[in-house]
Write a protein that binds this ligand. Structure first.
Ligand SMILES: C=C(O[C@@H]1C=C(C(=O)O)C=C[C@H]1O)C(=O)O
Ligand SMILES: NC(=O)CC[C@H](N)C(=O)O
Length: 775
């Protein structure tokens, strides 16, 4: 009989680094099984009898204070259990602070808080530091503890913050009970020397203690299983309804047409008809590579859903069905939808064969954190999910010039042949034309718009309030943002028709002035989105052996004359503040990914400096692979449902919230006036072959049409929509641009305002508007 694995209980205080700690634990304690509970999940009397099932407890970090019941939950009681229930505990950060104050130490605020910063730690070389050499440790704390003579804990390590905070306790042990703790973060990617080494020592000490106390480990029974569930990692794609797998085949023709610009290809389709839907995912700059055009038909299914609505709305041509979710959520509904539409046989070199393209709002992510999203003024609510199912597509590989013309519709050879012929002719005409111009964009005419900017003083005052939250230990970083509104009043300039799409003209202008690797143009009624994002959120490659990649950005400076690579590298990678900002998000993203796919998560690039048209950015790359067999969800080849699950559980993007994510989102809701909507959400695709690629919706603008006909909860299950007027009377257009930046304890309000303005300007210029000087 194989021995029972050692069971470790990990208590999570709603932190964004917990799964990193779980992963470190698994590496330090071979074969252990880790059960994670929230600090308020079980009342102590319920937990107590089960402590005997565990070999040790790890108490994780978290926002807030060890003195506040809502922040610390049952952790404070763990230190006081009777000898009968006693077991070894290892505390991290908030965990250390709780142990210390319950053992007679004093809680203090740091004069200079430490978030995402590395300190040299001096230690005794004993206990959890036995055999450990130099320790360079990452710190995320605003509070610290001061030992007193009669406290029951003794110091094992400290950091010397010199003039800033003096000596700060970095590790402790209890004088008589088997408790050890560190103030720094052993699980951070940048902690060196005091990570796995310290956990291995803790485990040795814990096992010794259990042995000398002759502790009997209680058998794991059904009751325990019901209470604690399965051990981490729980790799589980969203539930899908059973389906007949009528797997479709992808038909593809490949042409080599170098130099034919994406706008030229789009204009062969319906992009110039403002009244028809259109989707383009555009790699308009490096490191983007593929541009994807969804060649929609009148029947292409469009799926919309708003949070709080128990229906999904499916529009196909002129009919609209309202499908009740019936206990499912939108995520599993979409997973089922895709499960019925798997396809195979497409070109392995084309990342997209067909599938869903569209966007998911910030508030959809907020809701999955169990935080109530901010209310929306509009009724009915605008869609938080707006996707179209693409059956015909053209994909351009901008590196090789290969163009993939693809269809997953049966017997679609004629469309493929016609499209190929059309593209070839256009390419010939284009290459022989004298000017070789891309179709020209309309430069926005000045004085046609009213721009409402965020109020500078208000924004700066909010930066200062954000910093107060950081100083008090509630958050380590907050991504504060604000909306700018543009109203276009010039009816002549805006007149849309079958052959003139002002929003497309504007998009072409945007891709010229701010070419970006993750650009997009969506006309998905009632929403129009023009995006020029530098930031990939998550890509998952086609199974089998999918790789999940996230590319968070933190750290921004303006691009322009005189800003050389050397200057940018020094200003970004050479800056303690910028690297700290980036590190916090890297650790958060590692946690998000570990949470879904388990242990295999790696930082492939830390703080690379990348140049874009208007800004230089600090970019990190985190990659993961699911455990073997995890993708194969239904016995057949998987369809990317696990990638979809990573997306569900990682939204909103950590780079747009700050860390810890949940508490940061709650604080941001008190500092921002209105919902973010598309901004700070994601846009991208989920392919019928199982891959996906989603970008962060930043450096973008969006607007809603006045009439959103499909979301009304009609009593009938199917409505016929009124015919769309082809030539609409122009109404003022209301565009929104969100912009912001990460606030840390080191932030300066004027500089943060400037950074927000730089990001805003990258899009605002397509409206012919500029921010007045001194604003
Ligand atoms: C908030 C924005 O950007 C985010 C914040 C960044 C930063 O603080 O440096 C960089 C990229 C984005 O993750 C924005 O563009 O509006
Ligand atoms: N990382 C943490 O656990 C932080 C603990 C506490 N909230 C502080 O800021 O000091």
């Amino acid at each position: 009989m194989t021995p029972e694995p050692h069971k470790i209980l990990l208590v999570d205080s709603y932190d964004s680094f917990t799964y990193n700690l779980a992963s470190l634990c698994r590496r330090s304690i071979p074969g252990c099984a880790i059960y994670i509970i929230k600090n308020d999940q079980l009342p102590l009397p319920v937990l107590l009898p089960y402590l005997a099932c565990f070999s040790a407890i790890i108490v994780g970090p978290g926002p807030g204070s060890p003195n506040v019941t809502e922040d610390i939950g049952l952790v404070r009681d763990l230190w006081k259990v009777s000898d009968q229930h006693l077991l070894p505990i290892f505390g991290v950060c908030l965990g250390l602070q709780s142990l210390a104050i319950e053992s007679g130490a004093r809680l203090r605020k740091l004069s200079v808080v430490k978030h995402g910063q590395v300190s040299r730690v001096k230690h005794t070389g004993t206990e959890i530091f036995k055999g450990v050499g130099d320790v360079d440790a990452v710190r995320y704390h605003s509070l610290h503890v001061e030992l007193r003579e009669h406290s029951n804990v003794e110091e094992l390590a400290c950091a010397d913050d010199e003039g800033e905070n003096g000596k700060v306790v970095m590790a402790l042990k209890h004088k008589s009970r088997p408790f050890w703790a560190v103030q720094y973060h052993p699980e951070s990617v940048l902690t060196g020397g005091g990570g796995i080494e310290v956990l291995i020592n803790f485990w040795r000490l814990a096992q010794n203690w259990n042995k000398t106390q002759q502790r009997l480990i209680r058998m794991w029974d059904t009751e325990a299983h019901n209470l604690f569930g399965s051990p981490w990692p729980i790799i589980r794609p969203p539930p899908t309804s059973p389906c007949h797998n009528d797997r479709r085949l992808v038909s593809t023709t490949v042409l080599r047409l170098p130099n034919i610009p994406i706008p030229v290809i789009c204009e062969l389709f319906s992009v110039t008809d403002e009244s028809s839907p259109f989707v383009l995912l555009d790699s308009a700059a490096q490191p983007g590579r593929y541009s994807i055009i969804g060649c929609l038909t009148a029947q292409s299914p469009q799926i919309t859903h708003s949070i709080g609505d128990s229906f999904v709305h499916l529009k196909e041509g002129s009919s609209c069905s309202h499908i009740e979710l019936q206990g499912h959520n939108i995520w599993s509904w979409l997973a089922s939808f895709m499960n019925r539409r798997k396809a195979s046989g497409g070109s392995p070199n084309s990342p997209f064969w067909g599938g869903l393209i569209g966007y998911l709002s910030y508030e959809l992510g907020v809701q999955s954190l169990s935080v109530h999203p901010m209310p929306q003024a509009d009724d009915p609510r605008h869609p938080d999910v707006n996707l179209v199912f693409v059956e015909r597509s053209v994909v351009l590989d901008t590196t090789s010039g290969d163009v993939y013309i693809q269809s997953i519709t049966e017997d679609d050879g004629e469309w493929i042949a016609n499209t190929a012929a059309k593209l070839q002719t256009t390419a010939q005409e284009y290459s022989s034309s004298v000017t070789n111009d891309t179709p020209s964009s309309t430069k926005a005419r000045p004085n046609t718009s009213t721009v409402t900017l965020p109020d500078r003083e208000l924004y700066k005052s909010r930066i200062n309030i954000a910093k107060e939250h950081l100083f008090s230990g509630d958050s380590y970083e907050l991504c504060l943002t604000a909306n700018t509104r543009i109203t276009l009043n010039d009816p002549l300039a805006q007149k849309a028709s079958r052959h003139h799409s002002p929003s497309w003209q504007r998009y072409k202008h945007l891709r010229e002035v701010n070419p970006a690797p993750h650009a997009a143009y969506f006309r998905l009624h009632p929403t129009t989105l023009l995006a020029s994002s530098p930031e990939r959120f998550l890509s998952f490659s086609r199974p089998p052996n999918a790789t999940y990649q996230l590319r968070p950005i933190k750290g921004t400076i303006r691009a322009g004359p005189g800003i050389t690579r050397a200057f940018a590298e020094n200003a970004l990678r050479g800056s303690k503040k910028e690297v700290a900002e980036n590190l916090m998000i890297v650790d958060l993203i590692r946690h998000d990914l570990h949470g879904v796919i388990g242990e295999d998560v790696e930082v492939k690039q830390f703080c690379g400096v990348e140049e874009y048209k208007t800004v230089w950015q600090l970019v990190s790359v985190i990659e993961g692979k699911p455990a073997e067999g995890a993708e194969d969800t239904d016995g057949r080849r998987a369809n990317g449902a696990l990638g979809w699950e990573v997306l569900r559980r990682s939204l909103p993007p950590g780079s747009m919230t700050g860390a810890p994510k949940k508490r940061s989102v709650e604080i941001l809701q008190t500092l921002e006036d209105e919902e973010r909507s598309l901004y700070s959400g994601v846009f991208g695709y989920w392919c019928v072959g199982g891959g996906g690629d989603w970008s962060v919706t930043i450096r973008s603008c969006f607007k809603y049409d006045g009439t959103y006909t499909c979301a009304t909860h009609s009593a009938s299950r199917q409505d016929v929509l009124p015919a769309v007027h082809k030539e609409r009377t122009p109404e003022p257009e209301h565009w929104v641009i969100g912009a912001g930046g990460a606030i840390t304890a080191l932030s300066n309000a004027d500089e943060e305002w400037e950074e927000m303005v730089v990001k805003l300007q990258s899009v605002l210029r397509v409206f012919g508007a500029a921010i007045p000087r001194g604003n």
